[in-house]
Design a binder for this molecule. Structure first.
Ligand SMILES: Nc1nc2c(ncn2[C@@H]2O[C@H](COP(=O)(O)OP(=O)(O)OP(=O)(O)O)[C@@H](O)[C@H]2O)c(=O)[nH]1
Ligand SMILES: [Mg+2]
Length: 330
């Protein structure tokens, strides 16, 4: 799986239809007035954030996108039919840039977000429009206007599949550094991590996921305490939440509840996300302390040591299983 996607494409909106020159004719009305209708508008090109998509693959094969032109106006004041819009469905997280100016046209950061990329040309006026007191028989009509043309770049930002959530000092960054090539700062004091780090974790050959390590959460984080809450929006984008808890915490279930509460206060939907509790630093206690606590926790849990890598296999398998489940359900 590839995580940074970048594609350059061209888009051409539809031209407007031409206005029509026509005069009213009817039996017994030999000299009717002008009745040429306006041309229809050209179709526009829109970008739409589609949560079903995860890559820009389709855009590698087709590089030019057009929208339909508007049709010409007709006699009898008939306005031409407008051209159909073309909608580019893109994965959530795609940034659309204008290649010439390098400006961001839109950041499709939310599912369903729709944005105009290239506007269709306006239809031209038919000759009826030019009728005036001084010119009762205008013979001119207006051409349709050209649709916009743009060269754009599509860039899919790395979105994390898995988010590490835990109290400060729980061992989140150590997990990210043991299972990916990312090298976040690690230290034995709280709030070592000040901004999110991303790493690619290899689950097995040809299969990987993106993991995000965010600053530690404390009670009240959702109300702005500590550092964590401003980074919870990164977790909003991840499909799987790992609650990272130090095995030396006095009450693991209670710690879990604190973390859950912070997520819930930030966004209720987060509690519906699949999650796994990762109890870490097991190398610091004798093995006999690894009890079955499945009754105390609301989700699945695993014991690991990010230092000795004990439990690493189950850790990766569990992530893979949960991610697969989710892809299947989507
Ligand atoms: N023995 C042992 N120590 C660990 C393990 N994981 C982390 N540590 C230690 O715990 C301390 C905190 O680890 P970090 O990975 O920085 O913790 P964090 O959750 O990222 O902390 P913040 O970024 O401050 O929220 C460091 O001193 C680590 O060396 C582990 O599995 N075993
Ligand atoms: Mg950290």
């Amino acid at each position: 799986m590839k995580f940074i996607d970048y594609v350059e494409i061209e888009v051409t909106a539809g031209n407007g239809g031409h206005g029509c020159v026509s005069f009213h004719t009817e039996k017994f009305v030999p000299k009717g007035g002008p009745d040429g209708g306006d041309g229809g508008h050209g179709g526009s090109i829109y970008a739409l954030a589609d949560p079903q998509l995860t890559t820009l693959l389709d855009y590698r094969y087709k590089r030019h996108y057009k929208a339909q032109p508007g049709q010409g106006g007709g006699s009898g004041r008939k306005t031409g039919r407008s051209g159909k819009d073309t909608i580019l469905k893109l994965p959530v997280g795609t940034v659309v840039k204008d290649q010439n100016s390098d400006n961001i046209i839109v950041d499709l950061d939310e599912p369903g977000k729709k944005y105009l990329i290239a506007k269709g040309g306006k239809g031209g006026h038919g000759n009826e429009y030019y009728k005036s007191s001084t010119n009762q028989t205008p013979r001119k009509a207006q051409d349709g206007f050209p649709g916009e043309f743009k060269q754009i770049a599509l860039e899919l930002k790395l979105l994390a599949d898995v988010g590490l959530v835990g109290l400060p000092n729980a061992g989140k960054s150590t997990i990210l550094s043991s299972f990916s090539a990312a090298r976040p700062k690690i230290a034995d004091y709280p709030f070592t991590t000040l901004k999110p780090n991303l790493g690619i974790v290899k689950l097995r050959e040809y299969k990987s996921c993106v993991m995000a390590d965010i600053p530690g959460l404390i009670e009240g984080a959702a109300d702005g305490k500590g550092l964590g809450h401003q980074f919870l929006r990164h977790i909003q984008r991840t499909g799987l939440i790992l609650y990272v808890i130090d095995i030396n915490e006095l009450d693991i279930a209670e710690t879990h509840a604190v973390l859950e509460k912070e997520l819930e206060d930030f966004d209720k939907q987060l509690l519906k996300r699949p999650s796994v509790t990762v109890i870490t630093k097991i190398d610091t206690l004798p093995e006999s302390d690894l009890k079955d606590i499945s009754k105390e926790l609301p989700d699945d849990y695993i014991y690991i040591s990010a230092v000795s890598k004990k439990g690493a296999k189950q850790f990766l398998e569990e992530i893979e299983r949960k991610l697969d489940q989710q892809r299947f359900e989507r």
